[in-house]
Design a protein around this ligand. Structure first.
Ligand code: OOG
Ligand code: MG
Length: 257
């Protein structure tokens, strides 16, 4: 199997925002390791075109997310600087069938690496924690995929946006933080940080350990998204979506053409 050719094909669908058939239907032998290699090849391509690796995302770390897409294992993907929103204006240009998820983001001041990283190491390396949203947009038809497919598609990553306010990692119990997602004034999802593996710090531990297996690390300055706390919400033109983190502020998204 020519992983380079497959990566190129995935890249085209990501750039053109066009749907594709599941890779696993055409390449049944594709493994999880192959899928991460496809993701890595496309990262090299993005970096060679001048993009910057802003950090990592963990995905499928909450039961709500696992059930909604039918994949039961946490995965990781890459965050690119070119896809970071600096305000709440989200253009649908370049997106296929986007959804938004409430997440907690960790921002790092020290390198975090190794197969035996613990939560203690994460706290020592963390500069701040921030309320965040991720916009996901699977390139697969009908947002339908297997574990291998979604990894090859950079874990459905499309955009991310961090709140203006950053908090000390010791500001509060992050597992107890409540979140509500309102769409056009109606509450669509509610949850708490504990939905993410019991505590979002565990998503970072798991990420560091997964990265250690492939010789990668969380570098100083990087952002880590710990995974959707609730199911993701479908976005449509004209929507106003408010993601409200209890006592920590809200992120307000306006969806336009
Ligand atoms: C996969 C990406 C999941 C999360 O936060 O759980 C994810 C998907 O749902 O398409 O980003
Ligand atoms: Mg996510």
């Amino acid at each position: 199997m020519d992983l380079r050719a497959i990566a190129e094909e995935v890249w085209r669908h990501q750039v053109d925002a066009t749907e594709m058939q599941k890779l696993t239907e055409r390449y049944p032998g594709l493994t999880v390791a192959d899928a991460y290699e496809i993701q890595r090849l496309n990262t090299d391509r993005a970096l060679s075109q001048g993009d910057v690796l802003a950090g990592w995302k963990m995905g499928l770390t909450s039961r709500a997310k696992q059930v909604s897409v039918g994949v039961e294992e946490p995965i990781y993907g890459r965050l690119f600087r070119s896809q970071e929103l600096t305000d709440g204006e989200l253009s649908l240009a370049g997106l296929i069938h986007p959804r938004v998820e409430p997440e907690l983001a960790f921002v790092f001041k020290h390198r975090l690496a190794g197969p035996q990283v613990t939560a203690r190491d994460v706290w020592l390396a963390t500069e701040c924690v921030m309320p965040a949203v991720e916009i996901i947009d699977s390139r697969y038809r009908d947002f339908s995929f297997t574990l291998v497919d979604v990894i090859a598609d950079n874990a459905s990553f499309a955009r991310f946006w961090l709140a203006d306010q950053a908090y000390s990692p010791y500001h509060c119990a992050w597992d107890e933080v409540g979140v509500a997602v309102r769409q056009n004034g109606e509450v669509k999802q509610t949850g708490a940080g504990a939905a993410v593996l019991g505590h979002p710090v565990r998503a970072v531990v798991q990420l560091a350990r997964m990265l250690a297996q492939v010789g990668q690390a969380v570098e100083p300055g990087m952002v880590v998204l710990t995974g959707g706390i609730t199911e993701a919400i479908h976005l449509h033109r004209g929507d106003e979506v408010v993601v409200d983190f209890d006592g920590l502020g809200e992120l307000r998204l306006n969806i336009r053409d």
